[in-house]
Design a protein around this ligand. Structure first.
Ligand SMILES: Nc1nc2c(ncn2[C@@H]2O[C@H](COP(=O)(O)OP(=O)(O)O)[C@@H](O)[C@H]2O)c(=O)[nH]1
Ligand SMILES: [Mg+2]
Length: 259
């Protein structure tokens, strides 16, 4: 891997008009410090505020920005899958378009990416969400840790830097927020190495959470059990992971630029 690897930064955005412009600009400024070869992608679908207008205006001014607008509902998982599929650089960084994380802290992720690390995952120093959400979030954390045997400190932290070749070893299927569990579980099962760095988490200053309402909580519970059945019990994903991981190890070993 070159000393300054190329980076794709992407954000899922749904009704994030109040935050998405600053996210893109903060990402561009940080990427310019870290690499000469980067792109920024925003995956938007069906926003009813002025997100699309802001993004179109930004894209006219910033040639490195690609806006992928979809009219069909993607869901959070669908939006992440579109971002991953369209990323073209060696490293992929993503975080949410609602500015609850700060793209400047991509620097911290990049510093922690040693040659033997495949994923650098943030962990929230202090979660800035409403009190009831913090309590339910803690409960969720312990339940999923037990169900999926997660080694990571904060699986739910959507602030990650991932090597694209490692990501290509796994297939992601989730359409909803459970995609984070699927991503981390499959990367863990593929024996990729993780580093973890503390990152700040901020109050949502604009719009409202797509996840946190009670019908959704129920649906998330059902999706969680479905994922647990597939990934922790049936484990049919392991066959393709093992084959593709072997191929990746060979590819990395034969690649001259790989240390
Ligand atoms: N494109 C797209 N983005 C989404 C969708 N659902 C959520 N997002 C974005 O993903 C980010 C995280 O969603 P949010 O509702 O804040 O989740 P929370 O942080 O867990 O409360 C936000 O920036 C949302 O705009 C979706 O269906 N499509
Ligand atoms: Mg949020």
């Amino acid at each position: 891997m070159p000393e300054r690897p190329s980076i794709t930064a992407f954000f899922p955005a749904y009704n994030d008009a109040g935050t998405i412009a600053s996210m893109v600009i903060a990402a561009v400024n940080t990427l310019e410090e870290l690499t000469d070869d980067y792109e920024v992608i925003v995956v938007e679908n069906g926003s009813t505020d002025y997100t699309v207008e802001i993004l179109e205006s930004l894209a006219r001014r910033c040639e490195r920005l690609r806006v992928l607008s979809h009219s069909e509902p993607l869901g959070y998982g669908g939006a992440l899958r579109v971002g991953f599929a369209n990323a073209t650089k060696d490293l992929i960084f993503y975080t949410d378009g609602d500015a609850q994380y700060d793209p400047h802290e991509l620097r911290l992720l990049a510093q922690a990416l040693r040659d033997d690390i495949d994923v650098v995952n943030g962990w929230k120093i202090h979660r800035n969400d409403p009190f009831h959400r913090i309590i339910i979030g803690r409960l969720y954390h312990h339940i999923v840790k037990l169900l999926f045997d997660f080694k990571l400190r904060d699986v739910d932290c959507d602030f990650r830097l991932i090597r694209r070749d490692a990501l290509e070893v796994i297939d992601l299927e989730s359409d909803s927020g459970t995609i984070c569990l699927e991503l981390v579980k499959k990367m863990q099962d593929a024996e990729f190495t993780f580093a973890e760095v503390p990152v700040h988490h901020y109050h949502r200053t604009y719009g409202k959470s797509q996840f946190f309402n009670f019908p959704r909580l129920w649906r998330t519970g059902v999706q969680l059990l479905d994922l647990w059945w597939k990934l922790a019990i049936r484990r049919s994903h392991m066959r393709s992971i093992a084959q593709r991981r072997r191929a990746l190890i060979q590819k990395r070993a034969s690649s001259q630029s790989w240390p």
